[in-house]
Design a protein around this ligand. Structure first.
Ligand SMILES: NC(=O)c1ccc[n+]([C@@H]2O[C@H](COP(=O)([O-])OP(=O)(O)OC[C@H]3O[C@@H](n4cnc5c(N)ncnc54)[C@H](O)[C@@H]3O)[C@@H](O)[C@H]2O)c1
Length: 246
């Protein structure tokens, strides 16, 4: 595919999403950036140079707003579904409200965004979708019940899209990061009883003994989005410093 319609990135105002925006801009993609945090999205978008950048601040739970984005950019060649939320709770501690919200943001919104971009991708003869799952999409993490269920669902959604549309030129892959030093992890650490001990625990979970950087995950997303990955489809691409290797 040689055309370069926009890459749409959700969750682009922070962490992995913003690093991905910077990386894809460097790779020459015009960008449509979506995030619920309007002020931060504007601030971050200003830091990206060299390509056209459009911002769309809204909550992905408003599905029809995403349809408007796809219309506004005239269809896209690449969708990166990065926006996500987590709740620290086991089964007995998870409220129905937290369960519903986690599934709605992490899974149902992704179902909708994939569905919204697909017709224009099919019309163009193909397209790429990269869905951000997690190590929590392939193993059970303690105290992350709803998050684990949602990230497992992301991989199922990804594989089913690949199975249905690969023969029509669609590549749909998931990336599964280990612990990555973002604002999200910063909040978990600052709320911890002993932030230093919690950080050490988080670092030790990776075989590499450190957290990943948002830029490292962005490079994995850029690879899955690129022609270099033309033989990769329906994958759950582990980028976890070896955490799930043992
Ligand atoms: N940081 C990690 O260790 C890690 C590990 C594995 C997977 N992930 C996944 O990577 C993705 C990004 O994580 P991060 O650490 O960069 O998080 P982050 O909190 O730094 O960024 C997430 C962004 O998504 C946006 N967002 C959340 N809900 C939204 C909604 N309803 N509508 C629009 N925007 C919304 C937030 O405003 C935020 O800007 C998430 O899907 C997360 O589950 C993160």
């Amino acid at each position: 595919m040689t055309s370069r319609r926009a890459a749409i990135i959700t969750g682009a105002a922070s962490g992995i999403g913003f690093a991905t925006a910077k990386r894809l801009a460097a790779d020459g993609w015009p960008l449509a950036l979506v995030d619920v945090d309007a002020a931060r999205l504007e601030e971050k978008a200003k830091q990206i140079e060299g390509v056209d950048v459009q911002t769309y601040p809204f909550d992905l739970l408003q599905a029809e707003r995403f349809d408007d984005v796809v219309d506004a950019v005239g269809g896209c060649d690449l969708l990166v579904n990065d926006a996500g939320i987590g709740v620290a709770a086991s089964l007995l501690e998870t409220s129905v409200e937290d369960w519903d919200r986690t599934i709605a943001v992490n899974v149902t919104a992704m179902f909708h965004t994939c569905k919204a971009v697909l017709p224009a991708m099919l019309d163009a003869g193909g397209g790429r979708i990269v869905n951000v799952s997690s190590i929590a999409g392939v193993v059970g993490l303690r105290n992350r019940l709803a998050y684990c269920a949602s990230k497992h669902a992301v991989i199922g959604l990804t594989r089913a899209i690949a199975a249905d549309y690969a023969h029509l030129g669609i590549r749909c892959n998931a990336i599964c990061p280990g612990t990555v030093e973002t604002e999200w992890i910063g909040k978990i650490l600052s709320n911890a009883e002993d932030p230093d001990a919690t950080r050490k625990q988080m670092e030790a979970r990776q075989l590499d003994g450190r957290m990943g950087s948002p830029e490292e995950v962005a490079s994995g997303i850029a690879f899955l989005a690129s022609d270099e990955a033309r033989f990769v489809n329906g994958a759950a691409f582990m980028m976890d410093g070896g955490m799930t290797a043992v």
